[in-house]
Write a protein that binds this ligand. Structure first.
Ligand code: PGA
Length: 253
């Protein structure tokens, strides 16, 4: 009932030419895939070019970040409306790199979430605990806080536009994936929390992606888990063959 999503977060990689080359290779490799929502998130400067190349394909465009304000004296920032204008369907917010390297807090991320919901853009909302938090037994508290404050004031209707990406910080870019069981445990917790904060309908309709060293070799196992609805892929999304294999994962069963 939940359409799986495989999203590629290109981070700070690829020139215009490399970006268009990557999607040009990707388009035929995923063209027959009608069951998965496939998304790529290039750097800001490549959005317009990639939008042109993927037009008419089954690949959708996302941005990696946004600023919550619509316009004004915010040098260097990009608003939700401008991202919509360039052809984005989704915007990634709350990524652990933004939280850790750029000091973004739940309140600011929430401001972005509300602005995106108002602008009618889809949201890929990232959460996840550090190794220290996991080992200190705080994992569930951290996930609860990130969801409670990050999605504060979003209505049950607006939650239809939200995809949650559970990305344990210790698994991002490290080659250490959470086991299928660890991913399922966190996803089940998140779904139960959505039922508590919203209702059972929102909980069962919301897609929860796993992120952190997702590769062609571990996607099939992750997708066998009942609460894993797809993946947010960093490193492996930079290679068309790898990303296509992930998007064309072998369905469980
Ligand atoms: P990774 O990154 O797949 O390279 O671990 C995932 C992410 O940061 O979204």
């Amino acid at each position: 009932m939940r359409t799986p999503m495989i999203a590629g977060n290109w981070k700070l990689h690829k020139t215009l030419q490399e970006s268009s080359g990557l999607v040009t290779e990707l388009i035929p490799a995923v063209a027959d895939n009608r069951t998965v929502e496939i998304v790529v998130a290039p750097v800001y400067t490549a959005l317009s070019k990639v939008a042109e190349v993927i037009a008419g394909s089954n690949i959708k465009l996302a941005a990696q970040n946004c600023h919550p304000e619509a316009q004004g004296a915010f040098t260097g920032e990009v608003s939700p409306a401008l991202l919509k204008d360039v052809g984005c369907h989704y915007v990634i917010i709350g990524h652990s790199e933004r939280r850790q390297l750029f000091g973004e807090k739940d309140e600011f991320i929430n401001h972005k979430a509300r602005a995106l919901a108002v602008a009618g853009l889809g949201i890929i909302f990232c959460i996840g605990e550090t190794l220290e938090e996991r080992e200190g037994g705080q994992m569930f508290d951290v996930l609860r806080r990130q969801i409670r404050y990050g999605l504060k004031q979003l209505s049950a209707d607006q939650m239809a536009g939200v995809v949650i990406a559970y990305e344990p910080v210790w698994a991002i870019g490290t080659g250490k994936t959470a086991s299928d069981v660890q991913a399922q445990e966190a996803h089940a917790f998140i779904r139960a929390l959505l039922a508590e904060l919203y209702n059972v309908q929102v909980a069962s309709a919301t897609r929860i992606l796993y992120g952190g060293s997702v590769k062609p070799g571990n996607i099939d196992g992750l997708m066998t888990q009942p609460d894993v609805d797809g993946a947010l892929v960093g490193g492996a999304s930079l290679n068309a063959d790898d990303f296509a294999r992930i998007a064309n994962f072998q369905p469980p069963g």
